[in-house]
Design a protein around this ligand. Structure first.
Ligand SMILES: [Zn+2]
Length: 401
């Protein structure tokens, strides 16, 4: 959108940048100017420059848009019956992924595209302005490539997850499947992918297979992320640290050595590029599988960098709501509201190694949300309430004219 846009009458501006109070860089009586899709100026409202247009925040809090760094949006069908069975007492094993693989292979491109569009819109209305999207329900060369091609229509942060599970047709020969993932599947997927990911877990891929797959991805220039330590203790977190992963995701079952390894990669990510390995926590998965939550306090107190993401997928976490994850993190994982908001914005940006999102300062992308509430505290304090009144993405209002 051309011309300048001033957002003023802001109750509380969360910048995640130096110059404000506390870790969220909070400013009061502030205004923010948008030009050419970027934040052009932040400062006291009384000093605000003239602009072509104005949005009155009506005393509401303004925050950076959420950065959801872990989502599986390219799939067909749903697994509501599996959820109901689980709530009636059946355990979650990850085996239901194959149900979605069958439905996804049978779907047309337009059906898959429509699902991504629907979920992307749902997330945007809840404040998510940056989202990572994984493949992983195709598990053939053609179906992984088309999943990523469709994902790339919606985000820059696409992730090749051919190593989600070993598909049924390879059940007796996982080595052959890993060879295919590293060979023709990676070659077909890489042009559409920024990242590579592996589900390193008992019942999915062991550490040797995971290391081989991630190394192949690195060799063709993809960044590394790992699904690790979700269902039990395992080597995934330390493998991620060893390979310099941008993020290890889930982190539900950690040893002291795992926590130390994550903390050793660095604590904060204030400005510039700090290649830490972020611990990305996905409390929607624990909620939806009725499992114990990850110990966020232990990670934060040790000095690890923590992000929050939805893990949006039809099996273990069918939510696109970052506000819901913030509320769970505060209530169930003993994060403070400020820690949870930071983790859902700047933390997600760190997990995607991006400096242009997750903060509101001059030069950042003009991705922000305006709340129907005076403070970021209300995101956890008023769970389940649609508090997000307006979202700007690249400086363009999304929710209403
Ligand atoms: Zn996942």
């Amino acid at each position: 959108m051309r011309g300048s846009l001033l957002v003023d009458n802001i109750g509380e501006l969360v910048t995640n940048s130096p110059g404000g109070d506390g870790p969220l860089g909070i400013r009061r009586d502030a205004a923010l100017l948008v030009e050419d899709g970027q934040v052009a100026w932040v400062g006291p409202a009384r000093d605000a420059p003239a602009a072509d247009r104005r949005i009155d925040a009506e005393g509401g809090a303004v925050l950076p848009g959420f950065v959801d760094s872990h989502a599986h949006l390219v799939f067909a069908g749903d697994r509501a019956a599996e959820f109901a069975a689980r709530m009636a007492g059946e355990p979650y094993t990850g085996g239901g992924i194959r149900t979605t693989v069958g439905a996804t292979r049978a779907a047309s491109d337009d059906e898959l595209r429509a699902t991504v569009r629907r979920l992307r819109g749902e997330a945007m209305r809840q404040g998510t302005t940056t989202i990572e999207i994984k493949s992983g329900y195709g598990l053939t060369v053609a179906d992984e490539a088309r999943s990523l091609r469709i994902a790339a229509e919606f985000t820059e942060d696409t992730t090749f997850l051919g190593a989600h599970v070993v598909p049924a047709e390879y059940a007796d020969r996982p080595d052959d499947y890993v060879g295919m993932v590293c060979g023709p599947m990676l070659a077909a997927a890489a042009p559409y992918a920024r990242w590579i990911d592996v589900f390193c877990e008992r019942g999915a891929f062991d550490v040797d297979h995971a290391r081989a797959i991630l190394a192949c991805g690195q060799a063709v220039g993809l960044g590394v992320r790992v699904h690790a330590n979700q269902l039990g203790p395992g080597p995934g977190v330390q493998l991620g640290v060893e390979l310099g992963a941008a993020s290890v995701d889930h982190c539900t079952h950690l040893t002291d050595a795992d926590v130390d390894a994550l903390a050793s990669t660095g604590t904060t990510w204030v400005s510039g590029f700090e290649p830490t390995t972020v611990a990305t926590l996905l409390p929607g998965a624990e909620f939806s599988t009725r499992s114990p939550y990850p110990d966020a306090r232990r990670l934060l107190d040790a000095g690890a960098t923590v992000a929050l993401a939805t893990d949006c997928n039809p099996g273990s976490s069918y939510t696109s709501s970052m506000p819901f994850c913030v509320a769970l993190a505060v209530r169930e994982m003993r994060m403070t509201p400020a820690e949870a908001v930071w983790a859902a914005t700047a933390g997600g940006a760190a997990a995607l190694r991006r400096t242009d999102v997750g903060r509101l300062a001059r030069g950042a992308r003009a991705d922000l949300m305006i709340l129907d509430a005076p403070s970021h505290l209300h995101l956890a304090y008023r769970p389940g309430v649609p508090l997000i009144r307006q979202v700007l993405h690249n400086g363009v209002p999304q929710c209403r004219p």
